[in-house]
Design a binder for this molecule. Structure first.
Ligand code: GAP
Length: 487
């Protein structure tokens, strides 16, 4: 990782905390590892990202509907889905420090080190050997690689390793008062299974015809052993998932369709296409016959933000088998019953949040010959900005606060606004720039005479004088979802 990127990332994390976007969870108790809380601006930004996704997936597609299924589900669901037996990471312990590591992560760190030291051949060879071992679930081979490449525990400094073992990522808890095995329930590690087990309920009650989709936004939980890179890998996080049910044999074309549509959704936010890339999975999950990730170039390298998976009929067939209930669809067009195939789009809301924040964060030097000046501005798309406009009375007297409040009261039904009267206007602009507010509206003495205000634009810092009666239209036009969703 190069220094400037390292620094940029650190600055974004501290900015997120200073301006009420993301706080470490339980901070007054020294935090809880890999768990975070969203503050007053974070929750608005997160809600706006959810709205953008929901509108693009549900509102704009007649054949996609929403769902909000419970986090707790029957434990057999996780047996059927393969998560009880197969949802695990290869772990290794150091016998001296008693610290546990993901074996593939130790190897990836070594690959990074080889790259940094200019040992490209060694890096490529190790990458290839690791990929092969992971593909074949060859745990002894992973240990061999760790030993052969002389990887030491960063804590103890020794190479006294245990064997590599699989470690299940699901959290479990007890349901009911009596603690016995029958009451064991899991916190869902993905929202998708809630969609699968409700697929017939939705299909029948909504009279849905294949192809159709079910979309859901909700929390998921994974006992990630390696928690790092801020909100990239959390133990409690949110997913926005859509399962698209199709006729068997048509999955390839729908896979291509959703792969393209999802990248388009990302790019509509104005992010440079060079910041994104597709990554094809070499090791497919137990349920998939094709899988691509959409990756974004974070300051620490390209990382997965969203997965597009062709899940075949695996999940529905498994639930049919484990529940003993038929989950078939009668297709009137071909007069046949079948278990539908599924294309899944699965995006991590928290990763999307971080991507949005990093992408928007700019440190600007505004110095002139006369004076030094700078600002930090979040160039968020106006639709995603937590606060759409800030209203400032120029001074705290002469009836200006009353007039500003009067204007605000008319606008606040449609827009999330902030009122500020403390400090000089310049300072107030900077505070709003830092949270990405697209417009600042100043009420001055002229406003009392002719009902005009100044509106100052975040990105250009240009100001114009407009009739206060026009504000609804001006702000409404610039923050309209039409700007993002007319794909
Ligand atoms: N239903 C399919 C599924 O869950 P996944 O690739 O494991 O697939 C989908 O997860 C997305 O969820 C990822 O692309 C990522 O954005 C997000 N995600 C996964 N694990 C995460 C974690 N521990 N913390 C934050 N986001 C995570």
């Amino acid at each position: 990782m190069s220094k400037p990127n390292d620094e940029l990332f650190k600055n974004v994390i501290s900015h997120a905390k200073e301006y009420g976007f993301v706080f470490p969870s339980s901070e007054i108790y020294d935090g809880l590892s890999a768990v975070y809380d969203y503050g007053q601006n974070g929750v608005e930004l997160k809600n706006n990202i959810k709205t953008y996704w929901w509108k693009a997936m549900v509102q704009l597609n007649e054949n996609i509907v929403g769902l909000d299924s419970a986090i707790f589900m029957h434990p057999k669901i996780w047996k059927a889905s393969g998560h009880v037996d197969g949802f695990s990471d290869p772990m290794i312990d150091n016998k001296d420090s008693n610290k546990r590591y993901r074996a593939d992560q130790l190897l990836e760190d070594k690959i990074d080190r080889y790259d940094k030291d200019g040992k490209t051949d060694k890096a490529e060879q190790l990458q290839h050997d690791m990929d092969e071992a992971l593909k074949n679930d060859d745990l002894p081979r992973l240990k061999e690689l760790i030993i052969a490449h002389e990887i030491a525990d960063p804590v103890s400094g020794t190479r006294n390793w245990t064997d590599v073992r699989q470690f299940n990522l699901m959290f479990s808890t007890q349901m009911g008062a009596v603690a016995d095995d029958a009451d064991l329930v899991y916190l869902r590690p993905e929202t998708a299974q809630g969609i699968f087990v409700n697929y017939l309920n939705v299909q029948k009650s909504g009279r849905m015809k294949i192809p159709f989709g079910i979309a859901q936004i909700g929390k998921a939980f994974r006992n990630e052993v390696i928690a790092r890179q801020f909100i990239i890998r959390m133990r409690e996080f949110e997913q926005m998932e859509m399962q698209f049910f199709v006729r068997p044999g048509t999955q390839k074309e729908w896979f291509e369709h959703w792969k393209a549509m999802r990248l388009k959704w990302h790019l509509a936010l104005g992010t440079g296409p060079e910041k994104y890339r597709y990554h094809e999975h070499t090791k497919l999950a137990h349920y998939a016959d094709a899988a691509f990730d959409i990756e974004y170039e974070f300051p620490f390298g390209f990382k997965e933000v969203e997965g597009i998976h062709s899940r075949t009929d695996f999940d529905l067939s498994q639930h049919q088998k484990f529940s003993g209930k038929k989950l078939q669809y009668f297709d009137p067009e071909i007069n046949q019953n079948y278990v539908p195939y599924v294309i899944e789009t699965s995006i991590g809301l928290d990763r999307m949040f971080l991507l949005t924040l990093i992408n928007a964060y700019v440190e600007e030097d505004l110095s002139t010959e006369e004076k030094q000046d700078s600002r930090v501005v979040l160039r968020l798309h106006p639709c995603l900005a937590p606060v759409k406009a800030a209203i400032f009375p120029l001074t705290k007297k002469d009836g200006l606060p009353e007039k500003a409040r009067e204007i605000m009261d008319k606008l606040k039904i449609n827009f999330n606004l902030q009122y500020e009267e403390k400090d000089a206007i310049g300072k107030r602009y900077r505070r709003q720039d830092a949270i990405g507010t697209p417009f600042c509206i100043t009420v001055d003495h002229q406003t009392l005479e002719d009902n005009t205000v100044t509106i100052r634009h975040r990105d250009t810092m240009k100001q114009e004088r407009v009739d206060a009666g026009q504000l609804e239209n001006i702000i409404g036009g610039l923050v309209s979802w039409k700007n993002l969703l007319s794909l």
